[in-house]
Design a protein around this ligand. Structure first.
Ligand code: KIV
Length: 299
């Protein structure tokens, strides 16, 4: 058992929640938006308390937390479960949840029903869906149902098979123009922001300059309105070499490995737990025990 201090008692002191309008104001004021993924309560709390503007419960969950090979097997229930945990850790950051593969592809009716669940049951402020102008009608349907949508174009991991792997997108003139048109269509359909992933800096800069909504880049260069990184990339917790754009800010793997090895050695050598880390009988109970069983030895 371990106890975590919940913050319900301090709720009245909570800073104001970031809204989609606040994100837009940051774009207009040229103040970079800082975003990160999180999948559980402690990471959400740390991000929130560090002043991160936007927290995304990404379906990267599938790879970095659940150990799947890609994002495709992630289920709606898994996303809802982790979004609820993250929501409990946030006071200020804007909360976006990824709609997983298959939850918005079959029909608009299903997509809206699934999108509503993130807002109603998991306290998300917006959902994110991947894809270009072919998703514009769906963005409009979700928006009409009061489900704010963050769009996501470029390298869209749910399209891994149709892209033929994880490849930087938008490198040809035709792809540059197609992705620029995608961004415009998604904005016109009502998206509140757009993630630009895995594309040339020049394309992301051009989309950002023409866009009336915030762009949030990952592997898209520094000219976006904001940046997002995957939590486990930032802390070297992915067990593989980082992508070019994924700057590591701390070596979490080394930190945890050192502590775990120390713990194992302390248990093996009897150094853990110590007497100070043990509970004791009250003195009078110990005395009564010794009187009843004179040969029983005090620990
Ligand atoms: O799932 C995810 O983590 C994402 C980010 C990379 C934007 O979609």
């Amino acid at each position: 058992m371990s106890v975590t201090q919940l913050r319900t008692a301090a709720a009245s002191l909570a800073p104001r929640r970031i809204t989609s309008d606040a994100l837009l104001q940051k774009k207009l004021a040229h103040q970079p938006i800082c975003a990160i993924t999180a999948y559980d309560y402690p990471a959400a709390r740390l991000a929130d308390e560090a002043g991160i503007d936007l927290v995304l419960v990404g379906d990267s969950l599938g790879m970095v937390v659940l150990g799947y090979e890609n994002t495709l097997p992630v289920t709606l229930d898994e996303m809802l479960h982790h979004t609820r945990a993250v929501a409990r850790g946030l006071r200020r950051s804007f909360l976006v949840a990824d709609m997983p593969y298959g939850s918005y592809h079959a029909s608009a009716r299903d997509a809206v029903r699934n999108g509503l669940r993130f807002i109603k049951e998991a306290d998300a402020q917006a959902v994110k869906i991947e894809g270009g102008r072919s998703r514009a009608r769906l963005v409009q349907r979700l928006t009409d149902a009061e489900v704010p949508v963050v769009a996501h174009i470029g390298l869209t991991p749910q399209s891994v098979h149709s892209m033929g792997g994880y490849r930087v997108q938008g490198k040809s003139l035709e792809a540059f123009e197609r992705l620029s048109a995608d961004a415009r269509a998604l904005e016109d359909a009502g998206a509140i922001a757009i993630v630009l992933e895995g594309m040339p800096r020049e394309l992301a800069a051009s989309i950002t300059a023409q866009s009336g909504i915030p762009t949030i880049g990952i592997g898209a260069g520094p000219d976006c309105d904001g940046q997002i990184l995957v939590f486990h990339d930032l802390f070297n917790l992915t067990f593989c070499a980082p992508a070019k754009f994924a700057r590591q800010y701390a070596d979490g793997a080394a930190f945890f490995a050192t502590a775990l090895t120390q713990y194992r050695e302390d248990v093996a050598t009897g150094r853990f737990p110590s007497d100070a880390e043990s509970y004791h009988l009250p003195r009078e109970v110990q005395a009564a025990l010794e009187a009843a069983h004179p040969r029983a030895r005090k620990a």
